[in-house]
Design a protein around this ligand. Sequence first.
Ligand SMILES: Cc1ncc(C[n+]2csc(CCOP(=O)(O)OP(=O)(O)O)c2C)c(N)n1
Length: 331
Amino acid sequence: MTADLQAASDVLTRQDLLRYYRVMRTVREFEERLHIEFATGEIPGFVHLYAGEEAIAAGVCANLRDDDYIASTHRGHGHAIAKGCDVRGMMAEIYGKATGICRGKGGSMHIADLAVGMLGANGIVGGGPPLVCGVGLKARVTGTDQVAVSFTGDGGSNQGTFLESLNLAAVWNLPTIFVVENNGYAEATSPMFHQAGIEIAKRADGFGLPGAVVDGHDFFAVYEATREAVERARSGGGPSLIECKVLRYYGHFEGDQQTYRDPDEVPDARANKDCLLLFERRVTGDGLVGADELRAIDGEIATLIDEAVAEAKRAPEPALDAVLADVYVSY
Ligand SMILES: Cc1ncc(C[n+]2csc(CCOP(=O)(O)OP(=O)(O)O)c2C)c(N)n1
């Protein structure tokens, strides 16, 4: 048993392992199905798939409570599912239907549910980090022990908002965690062309914060790094930066021809770095759960996604007179 699995299995029960496998499988099935359904032309707007990156959403959110917060990106389905958003409601939302989690007016890039602390997917690259500074400040001022996590891509980590947020979070000692999902491209641009410095995580040094780099395909590595950061944040120790190195299986958006990619990259990642396969090998190899239990979960999730798609297709469009409702919120 490796050290991080040993450390994680000291705190994770068998039920936990099954729960986090279920989260990753749900995200994978949701995304693979959206890839197929998007091609039919029935889904409006842009869709950016998260498949391949599931261990990050699952490993981070496994450490969070319902009343903790996350702020997401344009590639937000995995984060939303892992934080507890309703999967059927999300599917209907992506189809733009009245039964959607935001009544069909947000679509893929604006899924939010404050009841589970999901502040929203975000069409604005670099939009999440300032939001978590806001809720982090609220938690500090009101004296709760809530924490807030933002997800940002490697491209987004070059936005001023990201660096300004690291600075503010450090100055104010906010209970925030900045997770960077470095999937090797900002749209079609490799970090070779957009990233100065060796590692994004090293930027933490400049703000006096702890920074860590982990393999984003490895649930246990992400889980352990986040557990440490969440414990620090909850107990008043302030913010952290975690960079997760990962690969995405699909294009930047659905329809992207991916001419910027080596054709072997995705087949290789699917064969050798699939977070679900890695997870399964480790937990079954160490006798923590049975492969049959994982297959049973696969079956349940396949049914759930089939039903979610069928329901979304049948659901009504939002009524015309609802178009202006909930667009602005006054405080
Ligand atoms: C402020 C802003 N600038 C530019 C864009 C256009 N845009 C959308 S996604 C994207 C690239 C994001 O790359 P990255 O942060 O690495 O995330 P990934 O897509 O790789 O998950 C850009 C430039 C935008 N949505 N918002």
